[in-house]
Design a protein around this ligand. Sequence first.
Ligand code: FAD
Length: 622
Amino acid sequence: MERFDVIVIGGGHAGAEAAALAARAGARTLLLTQRLATIGQMSCNPAIGGIAKGTVAREVDALGGVMGRATDRSRIQFRMLNRSKGPAVWSPRAQCDRRLYREAVRSLLDERPGLSLAEGTVARLLVEGGRVVGVETSEGTRVAARSVVVTAGTFLRGRIHVGTSDGVPAGRAGDAPSVELASALAALGLEVARFKTGTPPRIDGRTVDYARLARQDGDPEPYRFSWFVRAVPPAQRPCWLTWAGEPVKAIIARHLHESALYGGAISGLGPRYCPSIEDKVVKFADAPRHQVFLEPEGLDADELYVNGLSTSLPAEVQLAFLRAVPGLEQVEMTRAGYAIEYDWFPPTQLERTLESRAVMGLFFAGQVNGTTGYEEAAGQGVVAGINAAARALDLDPLVLGRDEAYCGLLVDDLVTRGVDEPYRLFTSRSEYRLLLRQDNALRRLMPVAERYRLLTEAERRVAYERLEAEERLLERCGSAVVRPEQVNELLEAHGERGLQEPVRLSALARRPAPGLAALLEAAGEPHDAELVDWVGIELRYDGYLAREQARARRLREMEDFVLPEELDYLGEQGLSYEAREKLHRLRPATLGQAGRVPGVSPADLQGIVVAVLRWRGGAGCT
Ligand code: FAD
């Protein structure tokens, strides 16, 4: 039997990162997936990044993952969302060529030393004495491993629905479902639940009347997701905006009973923040119209993705409502939208390393943990991949803090709070939004990358050069003095008071406008555009940053207060009934984690401290 340190099941966004990172951490790794040709496949929208998600893509890259590099190689439009708001919510987003993205992920994985790729459908897990020891494929091939990461996405007992028929078994359109693996996981005694998600129809761009649409071009300034590689992106393509108004709403309302969701064919809960057009029409009945973005599927493809019209209505109804959208009167549909229902495993069954509590060495990442989205999957893949390698190689486990990375916040939310609808990241989920930014992801995560040796020598050199250059520019801003005649015209043009006397550049950069880049330009200070974001934010928000760092330190103290596994919460009369029940079920590892369980109050936390101190003083402390 062939033997690996780590086996990753699945080549989606969680699987690709888990395999890439396990290999970087030094584990001999096998990525085993149903079809090699679909590694890195985007099941839905061909876009990476967006609110909070863009920061995750940069974190994944900082740790040596593939998402940022693949995005840079395949992006056909880039926009920095929320640029007009505070830097805590700046969100890079790229529209990608679906084929180029897939090819980039594949070639980045192919190049990675220590990583093998193989085609096969895992049907069973080999478990001995409560520990996973390998996997078996549906053809009966057995492969041994010390850790296994499950990243099977929407495939576990997946069932596609269009209209009210019973549905077709599938992992996504064109792919077989994963039924044996779903049964094997359930047989381990894991709790299983069911969610649904959906995708909109695709249309033929040659049948669209662009004169009736609003054109949206990308940002002109260059931006790269990867900290290490300066890929030249392909040519850029525009997106288009139109609206679904009353005629569309009327068609949908008339056919609602034929939708898989509303006709009763699907019972699983769907993502609240990515609702189907049926959901929008029912839940936001007063909204006169809904935005529809037409996004290119690729550089040379005529097909457009109809963002905003996700649906599970019959194909003929989809075509009818598409043709009621301004600009789409003559449109041809190339592929119908559909909904998919699938199994997932409540992540409260996992440790903060994403390892199963029931089976040692078995890790879960991505959609199987109840999340939705490529970046959420990739972020978990990173954590699971490093920890699977750590388990196999007897290294210390990695637990990322909520103040350290969105990947840390994401995992903490999943294992502590659990999921009751498909989980998606938002900046509002973070209590440390100003610390977790896209511009400082490398700085935040460099210590982790170093601890697990996740970067090549060449990447480390690039990383340190960049971090040092940023610090030099920060210092330079502290010492450089600007004179009124250099900047007053610029200040006044931005509605700011002019200077009476020379001041330090760092003091001037605290003003809301015109921003550090323009000030450096006016002062004749040489600078690299890529370095300015971090320096400008550090100067302008230093007071807020210091306060957030102090709060993060206090949280860390709570995180250091470890709660013993043996604590009998049910017997603790000093805790509310709700807290007793939830803490007994979730068994938080630290006081910080207990504090984030919904329903656990500050009074309960005090009760827990008293209980732990009593436990430590008693027989439990041996
Ligand atoms: P996937 O990308 O699904 O990858 C799973 C991988 O596991 C595949 O490579 C598969 O072949 C492999 N696999 C499965 N079983 C086995 C097995 N037994 N043996 C070997 N390999 C196996 N996200 C959004 O953010 N917004 C949306 O609107 C949205 N809509 C979606 C609509 C649809 C129809 C689908 C299918 C997904 C949608 N998603 C959406 C979700 C997005 O695609 C996923 O969140 C993301 O792809 C999850 O990544 P993953 O790695 O967990 O799983």
